[in-house]
Design a protein around this ligand. Structure first.
Ligand code: PMT
Length: 405
């Protein structure tokens, strides 16, 4: 599997219509090609006024079609293209093109191709804010959704017409995320999964805190992969510098108690809980309300244990349908410690993470783990990216879910 999900070898048609955001479609085509996608571009005639077909031809390595009547266009291309591809992406989709699709019009290559397409269609509207908010445009967009097309909300910000508001074409990377999601196997579509990520933070005084080195990368990778595979995902995360993956419900927290409340409140209807967060085990017993002044003497901070969130979930889960997955970050006696935690917290599976290595554990791009199952089986996984590991772990969780049915 590749980093973007399962995109290699897929065929995607990018339909470019006549708006200023057409220039961003060039970057989208570049990203698709880089992900191994067989990318073809169809343009409206108006779009060719903004970007030359040659640009897309050079980027995609394929002939660009914009003239239905050109001798280079085969008479059946408008039928075949949308039936032999995995996805059609209209980016940018102008108000005019949205109206044509909503009303079943086919007066050029792209619009007739959309009419005949059996592939999924992703529409990315981009236009002036007032045009976007216009009742007729909104009605047409609703119509497209009713017809089964996926409509991506435009982003808000400064537009080419020097106004501010919704109407901007989302960045090509965001469109790629949505494409990747639509091309992925939706094998987790029946599951609701709660995932925790990042560290927790416990105040010492108003300006200082205790925390650990968790970057959130492992938990965010799990959330992104699960959402990509169709799961409903709730991501409860301590402070990190990462952006939540698209399509997940995000609940940011600071302290262990805040994480505990969010997890307990939000997990009651979840099928799976995965706790990748590095939760602090201790917190200052009496955090100072004022900044502690520097004095020329040593002093101690009394620590008390934090609530063990996973153990609390595990104790309420006996005989339940919910799958509980923990992580164990260890510097020594990896398997022995992981097995003890699995048992003590009543888990279905624990991911034993040797955090003494430089290529695994905290704030790394890769990870190396052993998976320990409730029945005692142990599986050694090779070193891989956190995103690839996320998919591997979700495969195992899917199997546990199936066997528990
Ligand atoms: O965030 P990254 O930089 O990508 O790093 C990833 C990671 C190293 C943080 C991750 O792979 C990992 O190992 N997470 C678990 C870290 C940890 O706190 O392990 P633990 O052995 O202390 O805790 C065992 C399990 O109990 C964990 O699932 C933890 O979330 C949970 N726990 C722990 C303490 C507590 N008070 N409440 C809990 O729920």
């Amino acid at each position: 599997m590749d980093e973007q999900g399962q995109m290699t070898g897929k065929k995607v048609i990018v339909g470019v219509t006549g708006g200023i955001a057409a220039y961003k479609a060039a970057e989208l085509v570049r990203l698709l090609v880089r992900s191994g996608v067989n990318t073809h571009v169809a343009m409206t005639e108006h779009a060719t006024k903004f970007v030359a077909p040659l640009t897309f031809e050079a980027l995609s390595g394929n002939r660009v079609v914009w003239d239905m009547w050109s001798h280079e266009t085969s008479p059946m291309d408008h039928i075949h293209w949308g039936q032999e591809s995995d996805l059609v992406v209209i980016a940018p989709a102008t108000a005019n093109f949205v109206a044509k699709m909503a009303n079943g019009m086919g007066d050029d290559f792209l619009s007739t191709m959309v009419l005949a397409a059996t592939a999924k269609i992703l529409v990315c509207p981009a236009m002036n804010t007032r045009m976007y908010m216009n009742g007729a445009v909104q009605r047409n967009l609703r119509e497209l959704k009713d017809l089964g097309m996926v409509v991506m909300d435009p982003s808000a910000g400064e537009l080419a017409c020097r106004t501010e508001g919704p109407g901007r074409l989302p960045e090509p990377e965001e469109i790629m995320d949505r494409i990747s999601m639509l091309l992925s196997t939706q094998d987790l579509a029946d599951l609701k999964i709660l995932i925790t990520a990042g560290p927790t933070r416990e105040p010492i005084d108003p300006v200082r805190y205790l925390t650990n080195r968790s970057s959130g990368k492992m938990g965010f990778a799990l959330a992104g992969a699960a959402a990509m595979r169709g799961a409903k995902v709730v991501l409860v995360s301590g402070p990190t510098s990462l952006c939540p993956p698209s399509g997940v419900t995000f609940a940011p927290v600071n302290t262990t108690e805040e994480m505990r409340r969010e997890v307990l409140d939000r997990s009651h209807d979840c099928d799976v809980v995965i706790k990748a967060a590095a939760v602090l085990d201790y917190r200052p017993k009496n955090p100072s309300e004022r900044k502690i002044k520097k004095e020329n003497r040593s002093f101690s901070i009394e620590l008390e244990p934090t609530p063990d969130i996973l153990a609390e979930l595990g104790s309420g889960n006996r005989g339940g349908r919910r799958i509980l997955v923990g992580f164990a970050a260890e510097t020594n006696d990896l398997l022995a410690n992981a097995k003890t935690k699995l048992k003590k917290k009543n888990l279905d599976m624990i991911v034993a993470n040797d955090v003494s290595r430089t290529d695994a554990g905290f704030d790394t791009e890769t990870n190396l783990v052993k998976v320990v199952y409730r029945g005692g089986a142990i599986e050694d996984l090779p070193l891989m990216s956190k995103r690839q590991l996320a998919d591997c772990l979700l495969d195992r969780i899917r199997k546990i879910w199936e066997s528990a049915k």
